[in-house]
Design a protein around this ligand. Structure first.
Ligand SMILES: Cc1ncc(C[n+]2csc(CCOP(=O)(O)OP(=O)(O)O)c2C)c(N)n1
Length: 941
């Protein structure tokens, strides 16, 4: 072959390069190109082996075919409103040095495709490829790096195995389904004009797509199908996919109310209080659950968890639910995940998908150990608008789905007006997910019949688009026309179907009974007195046995020398009953071990939790010689349930959402998330506001997620000091969570055990501010006795001052690490008139535990709240009214701490040390003449 004569410009170089690659390694070029090169013998010593022009044309035909496969979606007719596709030069034959005539002269067999037997030549073969790749589906797979997956996807598209006629659909059933979907919207529109429902119209095919996926999943005996969905079309999906009764939806639309019911199991006052805290939520965000019963398959539950308005925020939660549902934890050791148990389906908005960071975070979880759900089916409900914003202002990518490419998720873009293409996409998605246990994305491109909501005027901002939409037939009408054209139904049938549905809805509306039809989730009442009755102490002998098991490592396992020494030190921690030798991490391990022995599974995640951000935990050991890992809590002979520990990705928002999902799905497991530094929890403020704090009031969910947040002012600057305690306290109301700042290892031990014991009886999220430098501080260490005999104390009084209560003039109240700064100060011994009491549980405020402390100092003159956080942060603002009520004017109440500031603390450690010293001095200054709150200077001196 004479390459320079047969090919021109870059093509020549490209073909040479391609051929050379093929020669060196036939596997390095794709299958189609390989097949073509295999059919001709290349030139030897410059002598042409095949007719020279043919070779150039052959290669042109092959590269054209390849371009259609990779870029054909750019010429696909994806927009039901008819906007022209962007196209691509590589789809033109001339770009590859061939003409239609050339292609007609070449054999079809050049193009390696399942249909080549049925076409006459290469032109027909490329036309067949165009009909597949540039039709109403755009297969967007070029970014998949695994050849086996690419090949599977190519064959799936080119064989037509998921579409009629090879895989038939029931056209009548589809028409009836589309009629249900459309009638529902029409009816609401007519009966409740102007009421918000976030109509599905324009994307009606979502319901048949879900039908298809759920049907396939049920046949595959997937037990748990979880659908995450935002506002758009949610009511329609609730009605038709989740079978939420029409009567209930219509009663909600009519704003009917039913009498408040009493809650069982608690007294009237507590019940009324619980109901008073119940706010409920708007109808288009409420959840639902449907059990598919009878016949085969059995035991399939389809659920749509409730979600807040914050678009996309619920999706890591849904993923966590799916993961937990598929995870077995009833045996000791690591948890066992079965990808065939549950299926998450997430329906996204086209503006929200690229715009909300939580989407990228959630996609990044999809293939990580400890987060992998066996593959999620994503559908972008792409109506080509976000509120009033056009795609060009909403994303920097061509497609709304492009973000998924980085995660190697196959994408199909599909025109929502072509039902057969949509059904094919759903089948393909499920089959791919089943085969590869990976995510798949359907970019369902439709339109939005009304404004963002039904009260909005879309012509203010999209006048031309809505001119088209007004004239555009619905997908039901289009499908009915197709059926009539195919001779499947007569012309009057679609109208008749529609009338029947409208009449059925009318009958439901006319016979509503709020008492029966309105079903509100009721907040679950805690078991009365459960929290008081819990025993958290563990007998010393049992603790010693657990400790011995935790110190065991397999024969021949080589620990890091430093860890070896640490283990030896740990070995003696429980030797005596009353030596305070148990540090934070040892207490945590003992708490975990005893909880596992009690049969409660534990899942601990967060950034670097295996080692612990401060090198304190070492839940996983690494063999110095082999690199093998060993997790003592997974080898614990006493354990009766699984222990999971996973380093999370560098993510807070989706990570907490995921754990929240695990927690609400399987509330009997102790789920713990740890922040690297508590400061970074504010990256997940949305999850905390919307789920952790308020899900009980809005949706009746009863989370019990534990969040460990390292907190304490140690001179590390504004972003390594504060877990923003004030934000949690601000969100605390109606006993919606527990917030603690423990100062000893034993307190932490008892708190963890307390939480585990209350998972079912009195579940509440638990926020624990945990230490950093105090992790190993002698004053934070506890004795075996403290663990074996003690309990969690919401308030710890000053044992020294209690010996001489009549000397005390000032009672300092504080919480957390500042206590250690105060009691280790040189002023402590010189100022016997000061007692220092720790509040270890900040919420619920422990009034009953604090009252006797206040009453036991007869000569008390003042009470001071001392904190290291600025006045507008920390516990002061929330605690002040509680303290004021307890003090009730008997003594003055002072604040001693940093003045208000927008930043949590100083940027330099020297400056921090100065202020911390000043703070402690003020706290001990009994002669301070300042009657009001005492401020320390924030200026460096
Ligand atoms: C986090 C968040 N920011 C803003 C909003 C307000 N909002 C609600 S829907 C919406 C547009 C969403 O567009 P898209 O994702 O395309 O979904 P569509 O409504 O078009 O179905 C906006 C901005 C919100 N609900 N959540």
């Amino acid at each position: 072959m004479n390459i320079w004569r047969d090919f021109h410009g870059p093509n020549a170089g490209y073909v040479l390069e391609l051929y050379e690659r093929y020669r060196q390694n036939p596997g390095s070029v794709d299958a189609a190109t390989r097949a073509s090169f295999a059919r001709w013998t290349p030139a030897v010593d410059g002598a042409p082996a095949v007719a020279a022009p043919a070779i150039g044309k052959i290669v042109g035909a092959v590269t054209l075919a390849q371009a259609i496969r990779t870029y054909g979606h750019l010429a696909a007719q994806l927009d039901p409103l008819g906007s022209p596709p962007p196209g691509d030069l590589s789809l033109e034959p001339t770009t590859h040095g061939v003409t239609e005539e050339d292609l007609r002269r070449l054999p079809a067999s050049l193009i390696d495709a399942p249909f080549v037997e049925r076409v006459a030549n290469a032109l027909e073969a490329t036309q067949a490829l165009r009909a597949i790749y540039s039709s109403t589906i755009g297969y967007d797979y070029g970014h998949i790096r695994v050849p086996e997956e690419r090949e599977w996807l190519r064959l799936a598209a080119e064989s037509g195995r998921f579409r009629p006629p090879r895989d038939p659909i029931n056209p009548e059933a589809l028409l009836e389904r589309l009629t249900q979907v459309e009638a529902f919207e029409h009816f609401l529109h007519r009966m409740f004009p102007g009421k918000i429902r976030f109509s599905l119209e324009g994307l009606d095919m979502i319901v048949p797509i879900l039908d298809e996926v759920i049907g396939e999943a049920a046949e595959a005996r997937i037990h748990n199908i979880l659908i995450g969905m935002a506002h758009r079309g949610r009511l329609n999906v609730l009605a038709h996919v989740l079978n939420k009764p029409y009567a209930q939806i219509l009663a909600e639309f009519k704003d009917l109310t039913r009498g408040r019911t009493r809650l069982d199991g608690i007294d009237q006052a507590a019940g009324d209080r619980l109901l008073a805290s119940w706010t409920g939520y708007v109808k288009y965000h409420m959840g639902a659950r449907r059990a598919l019963k009878g016949g085969e398959p059995l035991n399939v539950v389809v659920s749509m968890p409730p979600n807040p308005s914050h678009v996309e925020s619920a999706y890591p939660v849904v993923e966590g639910m799916a993961y937990a549902a598929g995870t077995q934890v009833d045996k000791p050791g690591p948890p066992r995940f079965d990808p065939t148990v549950s299926l998450p389906i997430l329906i996204h908005g086209d503006a929200a998908f690229p715009g909300q960071g939580v989407v990228a975070e959630t996609l990044n979880l999809s293939r990580l150990p400890g987060y992998h759900t066996g593959g999620t089916i994503h559908v972008i409900a792409n109506n080509q608008l976000g509120y009033t914003t056009n795609p060009k202002d909403a994303r920097s990518t061509l497609y709304a789905s492009d973000l998924a490419m980085g995660f190697e998720i196959p994408i199909v873009h599909v025109n929502a007006d072509d039902p057969e293409a949509c059904i094919e996409s759903a089948r393909l998605a499920f089959a791919y997910r089943t085969k590869f246990q990976k995510d798949f994305l359907i970019d369902l491109i439709g339109y939005r019949r009304y404004g963002h909501n039904e009260g909005d005027e879309p012509r203010f901002t999209q006048p031309l688009m809505y001119e088209k939409i007004e004239r555009h037939l619905t997908v039901r009408e289009l499908w009915a026309t197709t059926m009539i054209t195919r001779g499947l139904i007569d012309g009057g049938w679609p109208k008749k179907l529609m009338q029947n549905r409208m009449q059925a809805l009318q009958r439901v509306l006319e016979s509503l009974h709020p008492e029966v039809d309105l079903v509100e989730p009721q907040p679950k009442a805690p078991a009365p007195g459960a929290a008081r009755r819990v025993q958290t102490a563990v007998p010393a002998q049992r603790l010693r046995e657990l400790h011995a098991s935790l110190l065991w490592v397999p024969e021949g396992f080589t620990l890091h020398p430093k860890l070896e020494r640490a283990m030896q030190r740990r070995g003696t921690a429980l030797a005596t009953l009353d030596e305070p030798g148990i540090d934070w991490a040892t207490a945590e391990h003992l708490a975990f071990a005893s909880i596992l022995e009690d049969g409660i599974a534990i899942r601990l995640t967060g950034q670097d939790v295996e080692r612990g951000a401060f090198g304190q935990r070492h839940a996983v050991f690494h063999d110095m010689k082999t690199g093998k890992v060993f997790t003592p809590l997974q080898a614990l002979p006493q354990a009766k349930a699984a222990f999971a520990v996973f380093n999370s990705p560098l993510t807070e928002n989706a990570a907490i959402g995921f754990e929240y999902g695990c927690n609400v799905q399987e509330p009997g497991r102790l789920i713990i998330w740890e922040a690297q530094y508590g400061d970074f929890v504010n990256g997940a403020q949305m999850m905390i506001d919307e789920f952790v704090a308020s899900a009980r009031a809005k949706w009746g969910q009863t989370p019990s997620l534990v969040m460990l947040l390292p907190h304490g002012y140690e001179g590390k600057g504004p972003d390594h000091s504060s877990a923003r305690l004030e934000r949690f306290l601000e969100l605390a109301a109606e006993t919606n969570m527990r917030i603690a700042n423990c100062t000893t290892a034993a307190q932490y031990f008892h708190l963890l055990r307390w939480q585990a014991a209350l998972l079912e009886a009195d579940p509440l999220p638990l926020v624990v501010l945990t230490p950093k430098s105090l992790l190993r501080h002698p004053l934070a260490c506890s004795s075996l006795w403290d663990l074996a005999e003690g309990r969690f104390k919401p308030v710890i009084d000053d044992a020294q001052a209690r010996q001489r209560p009549e000397e005390v003039r000032r009672l300092i109240l504080c919480s957390g690490k500042i206590h250690v700064d105060l009691v280790t100060s040189g002023h402590r011994a010189e100022t016997p008139g000061i007692a220092i009491t720790r509040i270890e549980r900040l919420y619920p405020f422990p009034a009953d535990d604090l009252r006797p402390v206040l009453d036991c100092y007869p000569k008390l003159e003042s009470v001071a709240w001392v904190q290291e956080e600025p006045e507008n942060m920390g516990a002061w603002i929330s605690l002040r009214p509680h303290l004021g009520a307890l003090i009730n004017g008997r003594w003055s109440l002072r604040y001693i701490g940093r003045p208000p500031n927008s930043s949590p603390t100083e940027g330099s450690s020297a400056w921090h040390a100065t202020n911390q010293r000043t703070l402690v001095e003020h706290a001990y200054d009994l002669n301070s003449a300042i009657a009001e709150d005492v401020f320390i200077s924030l200026k460096e001196t």
